[in-house]
Write a protein that binds this ligand. Structure first.
Ligand SMILES: C[S@@+](CC[C@H](N)C(=O)[O-])C[C@H]1O[C@@H](n2cnc3c(N)ncnc32)[C@H](O)[C@@H]1O
Length: 225
């Protein structure tokens, strides 16, 4: 049975899904660094398995990745978000799911883009969540995770006029680095930037590239078979 906190979060995102589309769906037009990092993820993973847009919201990251010629799909806890993603991005597969209990086949994903979705994972569950990603990633698979830098948790009871109950957790880069390593990832690079003014919430952000150990996609693509 779904824990009460998960239901509350899911229903909250269901309520704001249409507003989220209006406010955020086109955001990547104004975020050159995010596009460059997604290009890098796509170039690394292309041809070695699908990329999951994890906690996809209305699917703008999946949509961008699909324009880079990679096989992509999306998973989100909120069925309201999944409905928006399907309407906005026909041709891309989106489904409801919880990153804490992924049912996908082991080693079936080439990569993961998790943009601002781990911000809802409690600290004491983060390593388990990341171990779940390790399980579904192929050896050499690449994770790109984006989050807000900080130590605090911001709670909201109202968002765009809707009644919600959502905790937004911030993490220091070193802290997430530790969780990734504890789950078995090799951390390759951490990139930080300030918020783009007038485009997004005014927090400093971090992006981490972390890889599941094993033969890299580049190496396996060079094999003559
Ligand atoms: C802040 S939004 C980010 C959406 C999108 N990735 C973006 O960058 O705009 C967080 C999303 O993560 C989803 N989410 C939260 N917890 C999740 C979980 N345990 N499994 C899957 N999705 C989750 C929410 O439903 C929501 O759509």
């Amino acid at each position: 049975m779904e824990p009460e906190e998960t239901t509350t979060l899911r229903v909250s995102y269901d309520r704001v899904a249409k507003h989220y589309v209006e406010q955020i769906f086109n955001e990547l037009e104004h975020k050159p660094l995010d596009r460059a990092l997604l290009d890098r993820l796509a170039d690394d993973v292309r041809g070695s398995g699908p990329i999951c847009d994890l906690g996809c919201g209305p699917g703008q990251v999946a949509r961008y990745l699909s324009t880079r010629g990679v096989d992509v799909f999306g998973i989100d806890l909120s069925s309201g978000m999944v409905e928006q993603a399907r309407q906005l991005n026909p041709g891309i597969d989106f489904r409801q799911g919880n990153m804490m209990s992924l049912e996908d086949e082991p080693e079936s994903w080439g990569g993961v883009a998790a943009f601002y979705s781990i911000i809802h994972i409690p600290r004491d569950e983060m390593v388990d969540a990341l171990r779940g990603l390790m399980r579904v990633l192929r050896p050499g698979g690449l994770l790109l995770v984006a989050f807000h830098l900080g130590q605090e948790t911001i709670h909201r009871d109202e968002w765009w006029g809707e009644e919600v109950s959502i905790d937004f957790l911030m993490f220091e880069a070193d802290e997430l680095d530790g969780y990734l390593k504890a789950a078995g990832f090799e951390v390759e690079e951490t990139i930080e930037r300030d918020a783009y003014p007038d485009v997004e919430y005014p927090s400093r952000r971090a992006y981490i590239f972390a890889r599941k150990p094993g033969s890299s996609s580049a190496a396996s693509k060079q094999m003559p078979i």
